[in-house]
Design a protein around this ligand. Structure first.
Ligand code: SF4
Length: 247
């Protein structure tokens, strides 16, 4: 555990330097219930338990200013054995209030997208790069439309958590939702329209595993511009093909 802690610390520091120039198992919201649920299947007990511990750590985290501003930390939801992980940039108003990622209108759309290819938020894993709500006006968490993307410093401080989630869940595919999550994970300053739908190889920072990464549009972008749905549907069909090839 000490080694992992020190690796996480190094990872956070290293990324901050660079930026300066995420069988069916649902992870319940609290560590105690995570442990109880994990007991139903000894095979997945270690990952589920470790996710529970990590969630408890995130819920007490104050490594960046967002920790003082959030209402609830938003750790992640889904299966500890998910083959595919969906990663967004950060929680918004609804997520901050409910403590679960993608529960607002964009989240409902994501649910329908998952359903269209035979998946659900219980069979995949869904998380964000930052676990606390980045707000334009942090003094007013009750204000709607008070969202902003995370800063590079906030993303760097939080990145070790999504990397640890990837290490524990060990997904075969990561789908990044939108420009911010894509840029941060790939470490490249590229617009989502240029990279969407193009498969990339993602090297995990903690255990140096290669995972297939597919960037696509954030569901919130589809709400603003429904024409983008066609591209996302193409990406989801490709994702389904890739998952079938892994069976
Ligand atoms: S955003 Fe991440 S690093 Fe910042 S306080 Fe929240 S959990 Fe900690």
């Amino acid at each position: 555990m000490k080694r992992v802690d020190s690796e996480l610390k190094e990872l956070s520091t290293g990324l901050l330097d660079r930026l300066a120039s995420t069988e069916e198992w649902e992870i319940p919201p609290f560590p105690a219930s995570a442990a109880a649920a994990a007991g139903k299947d000894a095979q997945i007990l270690p990952a589920a338990l470790q996710l529970g511990r990590l969630q408890a750590e995130v819920e007490g985290c104050r490594k960046c200013p967002l920790g003082e501003q959030r209402l609830r930390a938003v750790f992640g939801v889904g299966s500890a054995r998910a083959r595919v992980m969906f990663v967004g940039e950060g929680p918004g108003f609804q997520e901050d209030h409910e403590g679960e990622p993608f529960v607002g209108k964009a989240g409902q759309l994501l649910d329908r997208i998952l359903q269209s290819i035979g998946l659900s938020r219980r069979t995949v894993y869904i998380a964000n790069i930052v676990k606390c709500h980045p707000m334009t006006d942090p003094s007013n968490p009750e204000l709607r439309g008070n969202d902003r993307p995370p800063t590079p410093q906030e993303a760097a401080a939080c990145l070790p958590y999504i990397e640890e989630q990837m290490r524990l869940i060990s997904p075969r595919v990561v789908v990044t939702l939108g420009s911010v999550a894509t840029k941060i994970l790939l470490g490249e300053d590229v617009g989502i329209t240029r990279v969407r739908g193009v498969w990339r190889q993602y090297r995990t920072r903690l255990d140096e595993r290669t995972i297939q990464l597919l960037p696509t549009y954030h569901p919130a972008a589809l709400l603003r511009n429904p024409e983008l749905k066609r591209d996302v549907w193409t990406d989801m069909k490709n994702l389904r093909k890739e998952l079938e090839s892994l069976e």
